[in-house]
Design a protein around this ligand. Structure first.
Ligand code: G4P
Ligand code: NA
Ligand code: NA
Length: 189
């Protein structure tokens, strides 16, 4: 997506360890006009898919997910990272964070991820795909169906996208980073 790629090149900052900082327009300060354009692009790319719910993980996935839900008038559910005080009625899974080197629990209520739900997952980054794998596990536990996964930015050099596509998941990424070597942002055409 042209507008996103131009914004990444203009305002994205490259950090040691292959981290792209986009907190000028996605992660901290948010650009709602660009966010809306990105949601419109997701709607276009998943136009052939049948889903009744949008899902994400807190925190940075919520903004793009709610834009998609708003456009399609569908509910948006975010999986929570904090273990709730009562685990009753909750589905939980463990996610290993490559960036932070720790494992955390994500959970979602069975009231909001239900048998028969058809889910479109939206998130800001696809890196190693561990968060995405956690979501796949939650959807499976719920007896729901994963219809597709849309990411604002895929870091191709971390191969989470390869793994998801090999599993047959319909993955759409609005910008694909080929490399951040030598702190140079290299985008796929
Ligand atoms: P994975 O889920 O694809 O395996 O990624 P990983 O564990 O490496 O990522 C952990 C967190 O770091 C995720 O956010 C992910 O969105 C974010 N992340 C991964 N690569 C980058 C990057 O290059 N730049 C930025 N800004 N973030 C990146 P999170 O911990 O779940 O936090 P939140 O921001 O959504 O709350
Ligand atoms: Na995220
Ligand atoms: Na993040």
């Amino acid at each position: 997506m042209k507008a996103l790629k131009e914004r990444i090149l203009r305002d994205g900052k490259c950090f040691e360890g292959g981290i792209l900082k986009v907190d000028n327009f996605i992660n901290h300060q948010m650009d709602p006009i660009l966010m809306k354009s990105m949601a419109v692009e997701f709607v276009r790319r998943f136009a052939g898919a049948d889903f009744n719910k949008v899902m994400t993980i807190e925190a940075s996935g919520i903004a793009p997910a709610i834009m998609v839900g708003y456009l399609l008038e569908l509910p948006v559910v975010f999986a929570k990272k904090k273990k709730p005080s009562t685990m009753e009625n909750m589905l939980t899974t463990s996610v290993y964070s490559f960036t932070k080197g720790t494992t955390y629990t994500v959970c979602v209520s069975k009231d909001y991820l239900c048998p028969g739900d058809k889910v479109l997952f939206i998130d800001d980054f696809l890196a190693n795909g561990n968060a995405a794998k956690g979501v796949i596990d939650l959807v499976r536990q719920a007896g729901a169906e994963l219809v597709g996964m849309g990411f604002l930015i895929e870091k191709a050099f971390q191969h989470g996208g390869d793994s998801l596509r090999e599993q047959g998941v319909h993955v759409e990424s609005l910008a694909v980073i080929e490399s951040l070597d030598n702190c140079q942002i290299s985008l796929r055409d």
